[in-house]
Design a protein around this ligand. Structure first.
Ligand SMILES: NC(=O)c1ccc[n+]([C@@H]2O[C@H](COP(=O)([O-])OP(=O)(O)OC[C@H]3O[C@@H](n4cnc5c(N)ncnc54)[C@H](O)[C@@H]3O)[C@@H](O)[C@H]2O)c1
Length: 396
């Protein structure tokens, strides 16, 4: 693929490093940055010629196959408009929009133009996540009942994140988008998210947006998604997921304390990992940060999908659903009530099977629980099928 990079900041560099790593063939051939000096530096650093301070010029460059949006949230829509106009494939970083309305416009633009559109939700491509999803899809943990995802760090690195007009919100929009999509994958994208209950507050920073939030997302099959986000967490970037199913459990720690610990007296300018805060003392570096954050698998899926004429694992439609869930979270944080997820365009299952599946023990009883006690006895908790009476039986 020949790529036009829009933006030359933090994520643009992460993407470029992943794209140009390890003999990969896909190449950035043009970069747009509003500051021409930054564009020039980016082109030099990643070894290509064309740079510009005009977005349209990068998008319309005749050799460009795909446009990669690495701009602040308020510029995602204009960038998708430019890609749709030029009929170029488009990949957009997260969150897709600042609101579901904005995300829907992007989805419609891409579908009307008939262009490929991928949602760059990297945390749904980490090696641990992909392996977990494979197990979940094979039924290894049964029916997913609860999927919790947490992303917390000490706060973002650029002014625009902290400006609600440009970002669309605080930690909910910035980090919650990852968590919501992680939970949604585990629970099943075909299952409709119904309503959201959310607490949010600005506990630390002098900003209008929330720097903390916890939310519950109720799904049509009874499963619950949970997100925990913070821009005030100290000690690095904490990316953890917990999935609970009827037949199993998955715990993922993607970043902090992944089995790599190092002590240094410091002073050597060692970059440890994103948002690490310190570079001396006991540190928790990340071996291959881009890989552990999912970027290589993400771009492989995107470009394979483009070539094979199929949808990628993460689409603009997914980005739209995520935005709709976050809209409900913002509303709930205000009203302090469960708020419906408004999806004018729902493409998943229309109805769900009841979640409860009672296990029959014998003709008369359901099995509630079986446990071996410290004395070696086995205790059975049973419920009578007709009377509903709950009893216990001890087998010595
Ligand atoms: N894990 C992830 O997927 C991940 C991580 C970080 C950021 N992001 C997303 O990437 C996007 C960019 O974030 P970032 O961290 O790279 O931010 P950044 O501030 O480091 O970089 C933003 C880029 O956009 C440019 N820019 C800023 N305001 C502009 C304007 N008004 N007009 C034109 N250009 C402007 C900046 O000069 C810079 O090149 C955001 O949507 C963010 O949510 C995703």
């Amino acid at each position: 693929m020949r790529i036009a990079m829009l933006g030359s900041g933090f994520i643009a560099r992460f993407y470029a490093t992943s794209l140009h790593a390890q003999r990969r063939k896909d190449r950035i051939i043009s970069v747009y940055s509003r500051n021409i000096e930054n564009a020039k530096r980016f082109a030099k650093d990643y070894g290509f010629e064309h740079f510009t301070d005009k977005m349209e010029e990068a998008v319309q460059h005749p050799d460009v196959d795909v446009v990669l949006i690495s701009l602040p949230n308020h510029l995602h829509l204009p960038a998708v408009e430019a890609a749709a106009k030029a009929k170029k494939g488009v990949l957009c970083t997260k969150p897709l929009g600042r609101t579901a309305e904005e995300a829907k416009k992007m989805l419609d633009l891409a579908e009307e133009a008939g262009i490929f559109a991928g949602y760059l939700e990297d945390l749904c491509y980490t090696p641990k996540f992909l392996k977990s999803m494979e197990s979940v899809k094979k039924g290894a943990i049964g029916k997913v009942l609860w999927a919790k995802s947490r992303e917390t760090h000490p706060g973002p690195h650029s002014d625009w994140f902290w400006d609600m007009e440009k970002s669309g919100g605080g930690a909910i929009i910035d980090l919650g988008c990852h968590c919501v999509e992680i939970s949604r994958n585990f629970i099943g994208k075909e299952i409709r998210p119904l309503e959201v209950m959310c607490w949010a507050d600005t506990q630390v920073h002098p900003i209008d947006a929330e720097d903390h939030a916890i939310g519950l997302v109720k799904y049509a099959n009874g499963a619950i998604g949970q997100f925990e986000v913070s821009w005030a967490f100290r000690g690095g970037m904490d990316l953890r997921d917990e999935v609970m199913g009827t037949e199993g459990t998955i715990w993922l720690n993607n970043f902090l304390r992944t089995g790599f610990e190092m002590f240094t007296t410091g002073g050597k300018d060692a970059y440890v990992a994103e948002k690490a805060e310190i570079d001396r003392g006991w540190l928790f570096p990340v071996g291959d940060e881009a890989h552990d954050l999912g970027y290589p698998h993400m771009f492989t899926d995107m470009f394979d999908a483009m070539e094979e004429g199929r949808e990628p694992l993460e689409t603009f439609y997914d980005g739209y659903v995520v935005n709709a869930i976050l809209d409900a979270a913002f509303k709930s944080a205000e009203t302090k009530k469960w708020e419906p997820v408004v999806l004018e365009d729902w493409r998943g299952n229309k109805s769900e099977e009841a979640l409860r599946q009672a296990i029959s023990y014998d003709d008369d009883y359901y099995l509630i629980k079986e446990e071996v006690l410290p004395n070696g006895d086995t205790k059975l908790i049973l419920k009578h099928k007709k009377t509903g009476e709950v009893i216990q039986r001890v087998n010595s």
